[in-house]
Design a protein around this ligand. Sequence first.
Ligand code: APR
Length: 255
Amino acid sequence: MNRLGSKSGHLQSVIEIGETDRVFILTGAGISAESGLATFRGAGGLWRNHRIEEVASPQAWRRDPVTVWEFYSQRRRAALAAQPNPGHLALARLEDILGDRLFLCTQNVDDLHERAGSRGAAHMHGELFKSRCDTCDRTPFEDRNTYEPPDGIPHCGCGGWIRPHICWFGEVPFEMDRIARALDECTLFLAVGTSGVVEPAASFAARTRANARTVYIGPEEPTNSYAFAEAYLGKAGELLPGLFHCAGASRRTTG
Ligand code: APR
């Protein structure tokens, strides 16, 4: 893997995007780190000494739904207080330039991409501000409430429990058809702030290597670094603004 850029955030080069390029961007918890939201792995990655896998699974929900709702209630509060950072804003500006030649896929459940101006991001792991019934097929609905003791678990009219609209470990991620098409079509694949350990997203880069230039952006090499041709090592909020030059566009994404 060719390492470019530097930890100080000064770039040695920019990424040229040609007029026929199609760009797939995969983001992970790292892009929201500079907005103050904790990542899952590494420093600060535990919640009350639980690994994420212990509070984000159907088994955890069946065993202790109160603790699961406490975890997501706390995440709802943190995400509501957070603001998009320059990394989110740079990707929204890139989408303004490229239109439907950019496909944004996020593993994050926060809404910071949307609040930065991105439209149509595929939230493969669900959305923090939506809930659904764990029993009936009622459509997932907007829900910004928090559910913590002494209040109980919210109930659906059918008698089931209301759960977060999140893809838990062992469940099937959302929007995989749309994501698969975009992976097949892309000529530039960019992963930002994801450690490359959780499937299926961890395999996206390797899957696109035959058709796309693969680039990683984050402060440290991901676990699946073998799948990337290049890495820009540094913080997303420092590197993404000014990183791209689009053919036909008169300015970089920062303007
Ligand atoms: N800019 C870019 N990347 C950063 C930054 C930053 N400022 N700060 C940290 N990172 C990087 C870390 O180096 C790490 O590689 O972000 C990555 C975060 O990794 P994880 O915490 O494992 O997050 P992610 O890969 O998104 O996790 C995948 O795991 O638990 C599940 O469903 C959850 O969607 C999540 C999935």
